[in-house]
Write a protein that binds this ligand. Structure first.
Ligand code: PAN
Ligand code: ZN
Length: 185
C-alpha cells in the first residue's frame, strides 16, 4: 500500500482516482419521503431524477476510506432531497463530513433520541460521534458536495431509520428551510 494524493473536485464531487461509485434516484428513496404520491408523480414527469451520488476511494488493507457525496437540489412537496440516513453497524465508530460546496443540513439523532442539527456550509467540518444516526439534506438551490472520512469497518445500518424515519424533517416553509417534528414518527 502506497501513499497517494487524491484530487477532489469540490463543485462536482469528482474523485480522481475513485475506486467505486453509486447513484440513488428518487424512485429508490420512496419510503423516506412524506408525500409518496407526489414522489411517484415526480418520478413519472421528471424521469426519475438523481438525488445523490457517492464516490469512494478505498485501498485494500487500510483502516480508513473516504469519498464524496454529491446531492442534487430538489424537493418532494416541500421536503428537501435527502440521503437515506443510517447508524453505523459498529457502534464505536463515528465519521467526519467536510462540506465543499452548496448548503445543507446534517440531521443527527442519538440512540437515546436526542436530535442535533449541524449546518453544512462550505468549510464546515462536521464531527459525527459514534452511535449517532446521520442524514444529509440539501436545502440549497445548487449541488451540495461533501467529503466524508470513515473507518472501513463502520458499516451501514439502514433498518431503524427506514422503519421509523427520523424524529425531525426538513421542509421549505415560505422559502426558508425549517426543521419540524416528523408527523409519522
Ligand atoms: C456517507 C453516506 C452517504 C449516503 O458516505 O453513506 O452520504 O448516505 P446514505 O448511506 O445514508 O444513503 C456515510 O455516512 N457513510 O458512512
Ligand atoms: Zn455514515
Amino acid at each position: 500500500m502506497l501513499p497517494e494524493g487524491v484530487l477532489i473536485n469540490g463543485l462536482t464531487g469528482e474523485v480522481s482516482p475513485g475506486t467505486g461509485k453509486y447513484t440513488k434516484r428518487l424512485s429508490e428513496l420512496r419510503e423516506i419521503f412524506q408525500d409518496q404520491t407526489e414522489l411517484d408523480r415526480l418520478v413519472e414527469v421528471e424521469g426519475d431524477p438523481v438525488v445523490y451520488e457517492v464516490i469512494e476511494y478505498r485501498k485494500e488493507g487500510s483502516d480508513l476510506f473516504f469519498g464524496t457525496t454529491t446531492m442534487e437540489p430538489g424537493k418532494v412537496s416541500g421536503e428537501f432531497f435527502m440521503t437515506r440516513g443510517h447508524f453505523h453497524q459498529r457502534r464505536d465508530m463515528g465519521e467526519v463530513y467536510y462540506t465543499q460546496s452548496g448548503h445543507g443540513v446534517l440531521l443527527l439523532e442519538s440512540r437515546k433520541g436526542e436530535t442535533k442539527v449541524v449546518r453544512m456550509d462550505p468549510g464546515v467540518c462536521a464531527f459525527i460521534p459514534p452511535d449517532w444516526a446521520h442524514r444529509s439534506i440539501n436545502v440549497g438551490s445548487e449541488k451540495l458536495v461533501f467529503v466524508w472520512v470513515c473507518n472501513v469497518d463502520a458499516g451501514h445500518d439502514y433498518g431503524d431509520i427506514l422503519k421509523h424515519g427520523m424524529r425531525k424533517i426538513v421542509v421549505d416553509r415560505d422559502g426558508k428551510d425549517t426543521i419540524m417534528n416528523n408527523p409519522h414518527y
